[in-house]
Write a protein that binds this ligand. Sequence first.
Ligand code: BG6
Length: 492
Amino acid sequence: MATIIPVASFDCVVFGATGDLTTRKLLPALYYRYKDGQIPGTSRIIGASRSEMSVEAFRERARDALKRFVPARDLDEDKLAAFLDHLDYVAVDGAGDDGWEDLAAKLAERPDQVRPYYLATSPDLYGSICRNLSAHGLIGEKSRVVLEKPIGKDLKSARAINDAVGEVFPEEQIFRIDHYLGKETVQNLLALRFANTIFERLWTADVIDHVQITVGETVGVEGRAGYYDTSGALRDMVQNHLLQLLCLMAMESPLTLDANSVRDEKLKVLRALKPITPNDVQAVTVRGQYAAGAVDGKPVEGYRADLGGETASRTETFVALKLEVQSWRWAGVPFYIRTGKRLPQKLSEIVVQFRASPFSIFPAESFGREPNRLVIRLQPEEGIKLEVMTKDPGPGGMRLRPTNLDISFEETFKQRYPDAYERLLMDVVRGNATLFMRRDEVEVAWAWADSLLKAWADRPEPPRSYPAGSWGPTAAIALIERDGRTWHEEMH
Ligand code: BG6
C-alpha cells in the first residue's frame, strides 16, 4: 500500500452543489480522500448553489448521497460524521448578485487556504461565476478554477468560454477536466509506453498494422436526454475522451511529466489528425442511433422513445471513425475508434495490432499464424494482454495457436482502484495540471470535430439505426472489414 501524502489545507467551493456530478462523483471522491487521510482537517468543502439551505440540510443531502454512491463496506460511520463536519454551504446566484458577500465572508475566515473553485454547473454560467469571483476579490495566487465538460459545443463557443474564464484566471490556474485522464488505467498508458523499452521501440508504422480504440456503454441517455440530444456521441465522447486516449497512444515521449511537456506532445497529435472532409466522410465515418433492443437480457426502448417520442432527432448515439495521424511515426497506420450508448458491454479497450510476420517457415496446416496483438483493457477487468503465437503442445505436427501473456490488475494489485475524480481533485489542490486539458488542446480538438460535424450536416441521410445491445450499425463492421481487418470482439 502506497504512503498517502496529505495535500495542503484547502477551501474547495463547489458551484452546482445540489447537482448530479456533485452527488455522484465529487462528494464520494472527497470522502475517500478524507477517509484515507489525504485531506487535512482544516479543509472545508463549501457547497454553493442558488437554493436557500442550511448547512445542516446540505450535510444531510451529502450523507444521503454518500450512502447511495459509496459501497457500504467503505462507509465508516465515524469517518462519515467527521467528513460531514467539513462541509459548509452558502446560497449564491452564479448568474446574479446574490450571496457573493456571504461567500466572501466565509472565505475570509481562512485567507491562506488553497482555493479550488469547482464549476459543476452548466457552462453558460462559467463566465458570470468567474466575473463575480473577480469582482468580489476572491481570486488570488492560491485560487484555481476547475471546469467540467462540455467546454463548448464547437470551436466558437469553446473560445467564448475560454475567453471569459481567461479574463480573470491565468491559464496555469485553469483546470479543464477530462475525467478519462484521471482513470488509473489511462495513466497506466504512460507507464506502459515510457517505462518499458520493449513497447516503445515497436511503436511505429513499420511494426504496427493498426490501432483500435473502443469505448462502449450499455446505458442509454438516462436522465440527460435534453443535453444529449443537442450534443451526440461525437461531442460527448469523441472530441474529448477518445481523442485524449488517441493522444496518449500516439504522442512522442514528453521531456518530463510536467504539465506543459505532456500537453505539448498531445497537442502535436491533435494537430496531426487529418481533418475529415465532405469527400471522405462516407468512407471513413459511421453514425448510428440505437433502436429498441435488449441489453443484459432486458428489453430497452430506442433513443427516440427515450427522448419522449421525439421522432425526428438525428443525433448520433454511436460513432465509428477511421482516423489518420499525419506524422512520420504513424503514416499509413489507421486508428479505428468507436463509441456508443446501448452497446452489449461497458468496455473501454485499446488494441494494438502488430503486422503479420513477413514470411512463414511453418507448413500451411499449422493453422493460425495470427499477428501479435496488445490489448489494453481500461475498464472493466483492467489489465494488459499480449497475444503471442505458441506451439500447441504434444504430438501431431507443428500446430500454432495464439496464447496470452496476461496481467490482470485486480489480481496483481489486490486493491481498490480510486475513482478518476479522487486523483483529479487532489491534483487541483496540488496545482498539478498534467492530467488536465490546456486551452489550445481543447480548441484544436474542436477545430477537428467542427470539420466532421460540418461534413455530416451537409449530408442528407440520418444516422443508421442499430438495435440496442449490438455493436452498432453493420456499416461500422464494414468500415474496418473493407480494409481486411476486424474489430477485436470478432477476432476469435
Ligand atoms: C461522460 C459523458 O463524459 O462520460 C457520458 O458525458 C458518459 O455520456 C461518461 O456516459 C462515461 O464515463 P465512464 O467513466 O463511465 O466511462
